[in-house]
Design a protein. Sequence first.
Lengths: 566, 258
Amino acid sequence: MDKILLKLVSLFMPVLEKTGVDTEQLYHILKVKLLMDGRRPSAMFAGRRKATATSGKASTSWAVSLVTVLMGAFIGATLFIFKMPLVGQTVYFSMFMVLMSLTLITDFTTVLLDVRDQYILMPRPVNDRTLALSRIMHISIYVFRLAFLQALPGIIMMGFIDGWLAVPLFIVQIIQITFLSILLVNVVYLVLMKMVSPQKFKDIISYFQIGFSIVIFGAYYLLPRLIDVSVLSKIDLLHYTWSYFIPPVWIAALNEVLIHPGRATIITSLMAIVGVTVPLAGLWLVAKVLAPGFNRSLMVAATSDGNTSAPITPDVVRKSKFDIVGKIANLIAADPVENAGFRITWKLAARIREFKIKVYPAFAYVPIYFLYFSLNGKGSLNQRLEALQGAKGYIFLIYLSTFIISAILQHISFSEKYKPAWVYYALPITRPGKILSGMFKAVVTLYYFPYCLVISAVSIAIWGPAVINDLIFAFFVGLIYGILMALFMVKGLPFSKPVLVKQSGGRIVTLLLITVLIAAIGFGHYFLARWETLIWVLAMLAIIVYCIMLYYYKRQTWENIELEEF
Amino acid sequence: MMSDTPLIQIRNLSKSYGSKLVLKNLSLDIYPGQVIGYIGPNGAGKSTTVKILTGLIPDFNGEVLVDGISMQHDPQEIKKRIGYVPENAELYDVLTPMEYLDFVGKLYGMEEELLTARAMKLLSAFGLGNNHNDRMDTFSKGMKQKVLLISGIIHNPQIIILDEPLSGLDANAVIMIKELIMRLSKEGKTIFYCSHMMDVVEKVSDRILLINKGEIIADGTFESLKQNHADTLERVFAKLTGRNESDSETDAIINAFD
């Protein structure tokens, strides 16, 4: 595909030559950039990057293309809602725009912010015009490829829905919505760049990646349940004045006016005109106003090396925050080695970007799963929600949150930058179990406990204070589950191992056994929940069991830990 | 080999970041075939000079002429004459050495045939002949450094600017690079060598420039610097950049244990 695109670009070469662009250089820069894009692990596949990097050259890019096409098919399904004007296409183009903007922000930002260009391309005899054009063309090719793959299923579906005549128009619509997405992304970038420092910028982008995972996951599980297609297909968008101001509606109006002229009104015609002009105006705005400013701030970010413009944060602010963490650490993990393990896990977990990208989506998965299972019943949305309140759903919710512990523990010992962990092996630590227990306590205090607190607050609000004993019991069962997980699944010190290439087989069975055990306790709990005193007793029991287990967990020796070679 | 017209002329070069003046009216003539050892403490303005000379920083005050061409007027023509090996091993490591060298060479407008042959010869000469089709993300620091060095000389430039080129290289490779620098200088290449390793600078350079706080505070052969100041380059450096002769720093460290 890249080769075809390059050929396409080559067609324009003679024209460009006259404007002072070195077409030979332009061609080679583009070729290398596209080659590298193909080999770069995509954000969507971040977890699997090592495995694919070694096995095949093109596998990641093909997988990414396939996923993009599947996404396109998924959102394309909404096109079949066409009885009422605008609705289906509006939904389609909204999702198209969201998907495209998120992909651009999460996946392409690393390319945009590649500071290496500064050292590799700048010292070579490449003139500014060539450099700027190579950048623009690289971005355009990327966007074009993305738009094409994502729209392909939709284009085919459109052929069936409105006949082949509608296809050329649909392609125009796709181009227009792509322009709008570019405008949106540019505005997001510019706002971010104005507001935060370049260092912070990358952090924010990683939050976008987390958000992206959650949106995809949530949309996949919840949208089909929340949206009643039969209701949706009867909505008359034109009844609602607010809909006149939503850009995807304008784009959808194009189809209304030209393909279904019978049901078009003056308003739809007006919107269609807006749909043609605004994206073009937006593109002009990007090219003339937004992009130059963006490039300038990018240049500053790249050449400053981060040492010239580093704002000095007053020590006073830092100190007070530091003390709270320190006090909690000293309270929970008093032993010096354990304390060190607690603090290092606390800080690294909150600061390492790749860890956050992999783990944070899990926080949102729990409520999404919960809603998914809860809404699985029959009846209207309201009926199902009422049924939920009647049942003891909170027990299910709190047991589901063990998912968070397991997600964290599965990633806690891995890091791409695992080398600094030599310090554990070089120092005279007699009981690494202390570091592990410090790590475990940090994970629980930092993530699991606050999360359970929120869930508890929600549960008490919905189901009343009678659920407190259930919550305590379930919380400690969750902790026991965590310790079991940590004991059998986590064989390394925090962030001390390279990102795993393959999961060892025997562990899966252990994981399954632990999960079944906890599920069994959960079901038992569900049936026993009527006897309040019994639950209180069980809760006390769980606390005792947990303390004993923690005591033994702390006593682990070096034999229990898989050493990493440096 | 020395000729009378300087190859690189720097006149009243100044550069500031915000209110901070990094280079203060630097003036300098460099003649063809010279090996310049460019030394100075961290933050003295060393890398800023190099970045201006290689066209990485386009806006500065003063004049930079290379081979009679002004940096402000025709930077591309100057870049063609310069080979640059940057300090922080920046290269596209998802590419193989061959792909990378092919890319860089073509940016210099080299013909494919010549380029491939030369890249292969250079890779073999640097001991990377067997790795020419492996992706560089698996390479060690030394191997990447070698590819970086090759990419700096692949177009056979007149001027070679090396910024800490020995980092990550083993002893044998260091010896080889040192010899290579001498040989290249005999071939008439001008070499601009930045480093913190005084012993290497002492050996390879026939002219040493010491920069401190944006100004050149010493300029001459190692012999002449020695006569005026101290017996090793390390001591010359320490003396001229104002490090205290007394042991106060180490005293403070030792005292910290009390």
